[in-house]
Write a protein that binds this ligand. Structure first.
Ligand code: ATP
Ligand code: MG
Length: 211
C-alpha cells in the first residue's frame, strides 16, 4: 500500500513576527508525535534558493526591478517545491515551511500598492511556481509592522526587504490579512501573544491534520 501524502504547513507573516521561533517548536512537537517533519525556508533550503535569497535580501543589491524581484522569489519557490517539498510529501513526511506564496502576494503584490488586477495576476503566477503543491494550512502570525521590525533590530541590522518604509510594511500586513480573509486554509494568530501560548494554539491548529 502506498503511504498517504504528508501534510504541508506554512508559517507566514511580517518580518520578526516569530516564524522561526514557532517553526522550531512545531517541528519538535511533530517529532514527539512520531511524525517525520522537514523544515524548509522560502526562499532558501535548495542551493538555488540560497543563492537567490542572498541576492534578494542583501542590502548591497541595488536597482533590482519589481518584476525581477517577483520572478526571483518565484524561481526559488519553484525549485523548492520540485526539489524538497513535493518529494518529501510524496514519501509521507510533513513539510513545515517558513514563508510561501502568501509572502509573495503580500510583499510583491500589496507592498508596492499594485491594483487588484495585478495582485490577482501575481497570485496566479504563484500557482505556477507551486506546480499544484499547495499548503494544507497557512498559519499567519499577525503583528503590527513597527513591532516586528523593532524585535529584529534589537539583534541585527535590517535586510533589503525589512529596510523598506513603514508604509510599505503596513500594506504588506494588510495584504496578509486580506489573503487570510479570502482563503479558508489560513489561520490567523496574534503574534503579540506569549511564544508558548502561540505554540499551544499552533498545536491545536495542526491536531486535526495528525489523524
Ligand atoms: N511571541 C513573541 N513575543 C515576543 N517576542 C518574540 C515572540 N516570538 C519571537 N519573538 C522574538 O522576536 C524576534 C524575532 O523572532 P523570530 O526570529 O522567530 O521571527 P521571524 O518571523 O522568524 O523573523 P524573520 O522575519 O527575521 O525571519 C526574536 O528575537 C524572538 O526571540
Ligand atoms: Mg525567521
Amino acid at each position: 500500500m502506498t503511504k498517504p501524502r504528508g501534510r504541508f504547513i506554512v508559517l507566514d507573516g511580517p518580518d520578526g513576527c516569530g516564524k522561526s521561533t514557532q517553526i522550531k517548536n512545531l517541528v519538535r512537537f511533530l517529532a514527539r508525535s512520531r511524525i517525520d517533519a522537514v523544515a524548509a525556508k522560502d526562499p532558501g533550503t535548495t542551493a538555488l534558493g540560497k543563492d537567490l535569497r542572498k541576492i534578494l535580501l542583501d542590502r548591497q543589491t541595488k536597482g533590482l526591478s519589481g518584476g525581477a524581484e517577483l520572478f526571483l522569489y518565484l524561481a526559488a519557490r519553484a525549485q523548492l517545491v520540485s526539489e524538497v517539498i513535493r518529494p518529501t510529501l510524496a514519501r509521507g513526511a510533513w513539510v513545515v515551511c517558513d514563508r510561501f506564496s502568501a509572502s509573495t502576494v503580500a510583499y510583491q503584490g500589496y507592498g508596492p500598492g499594485h491594483p487588484p488586477r495585478q495582485i490577482r495576476l501575481i497570485t496566479e503566477l504563484c500557482r505556477i511556481a507551486e506546480g499544484g503543491t499547495e499548503p494544507d494550512l497557512t498559519i499567519l502570525l499577525d503583528l503590527a509592522s513597527g513591532e516586528g521590525l523593532g524585535r529584529i533590530t534589537r539583534s541585527r541590522s535590517k535586510d533589503r526587504m525589512e529596510s523598506r518604509p513603514l508604509a510599505y510594511h503596513r500594506r504588506v500586513r494588510k495584504g496578509f490579512l486580506a489573503q487570510a480573509a479570502q482563503d479558508g486554509r489560513f489561520a490567523v494568530l496574534d503574534a503579540q501573544e506569549d511564544p508558548y501560548d502561540l505554540h499551544l494554539k499552533i498545536q491545536a491548529l495542526v491536531a486535526p491534520l495528525l489523524v
